[in-house]
Design a protein around this ligand. Structure first.
Ligand SMILES: *[C@@H]1O[C@H](CO)[C@@H](O)[C@H](O)[C@H]1NC(C)=O
Ligand SMILES: *[C@@H]1O[C@H](CO)[C@@H](O)[C@H](O)[C@H]1NC(C)=O
Ligand SMILES: *[C@@H]1O[C@H](CO)[C@@H](O)[C@H](O)[C@H]1NC(C)=O
Ligand SMILES: *[C@@H]1O[C@H](CO)[C@@H](O)[C@H](O)[C@H]1NC(C)=O
Length: 193
């Protein structure tokens, strides 16, 4: 059984190119934070959060720390910008965390307000834990230049984005196997007829 105490996705929310500041967000899964969610999480960093802006590209980066579950098992995930208890603010196109380490999305200004209560969640389409799709989270970060409200979600921003077949096509998955030739002995051809 996969341990949720293991770090699943180390997430970095990097600021866009126009920004002078960059912060690293580190996420572990531990039953302290988000106790109301099936996936418990403890945010280690940052203490103050980083910031992206409505209408400007926002880059999210993640790593595999080498413990279970591996990103190669998490595979294709749907993604979203969330607040509160998994309240979807904006859908983000799916990624395969097995072979990508970053995505860039542009927060829709009307999708939510200026707030420091945003996070990104990745929901695995391959891996379930106790019957629920495994979910990895970023730390909280801020969005500014936003003009919407959490109490009036933007339907056009939260509609489901279909997972492109290029992501789920098995031939597009990471090739990890290496063919090797192993010599296990020699054949004594003198015994052949
Ligand atoms: C799905 O997860 C299993 C482990 O549960 C792993 O062996 C497999 O490679 C994963 N497949 C994809 C497509 O991510
Ligand atoms: C959970 O994963 C399954 C595929 O294993 C998928 O059909 C389903 O839509 C996923 N649910 C969510 C909430 O992502
Ligand atoms: C799965 O559920 C069992 C029983 O409720 C619980 O003891 C265990 O910790 C859960 N495992 C995970 C990885 O959440
Ligand atoms: C916020 O939007 C204004 C225009 O509405 C723009 O001038 C400003 O650069 C934006 N700030 C950021 C941080 O993107």
């Amino acid at each position: 059984m996969y341990s949720l105490k293991a770090l699943a996705l180390a997430l970095v929310v990097a600021l866009d190119a126009f920004s002078a500041v960059q912060a690293t967000l580190y996420v572990s899964l531990d039953p302290i934070f988000f106790a109301n969610l099936l996936r418990d999480i403890q945010v280690i960093q940052p203490s103050s959060g980083s910031t992206c802006s409505g209408g400007q590209p926002c880059t999210v980066q993640w790593l595999d720390d080498g413990t279970n579950p591996l990103n190669s098992d998490i595979g294709v995930t749907t993604c979203g910008l969330y607040t509160g208890d998994m309240q979807l603010v904006q859908s983000i196109p799916a990624v395969n965390v097995a072979n990508t380490q970053s995505l860039t999305f542009t927060p829709i200004p009307d999708a939510g307000p200026d707030s420091s209560d945003y996070y990104i969640a990745f929901t695995s389409q391959n891996l379930t834990v106790n019957g629920t799709n495994f979910t990895g989270y970023s730390s909280f970060f801020s969005l500014n230049n936003m003009s919407g409200s959490f109490s009036s979600p933007l339907a056009s921003a939260t509609s489901t984005i279909p997972i492109p077949s290029t992501l789920t096509d098995s031939s597009a998955s990471t090739e990890t196997g290496v063919l090797v030739t192993i010599t296990v002995g020699s054949v004594d051809t003198s015994l052949l007829p």
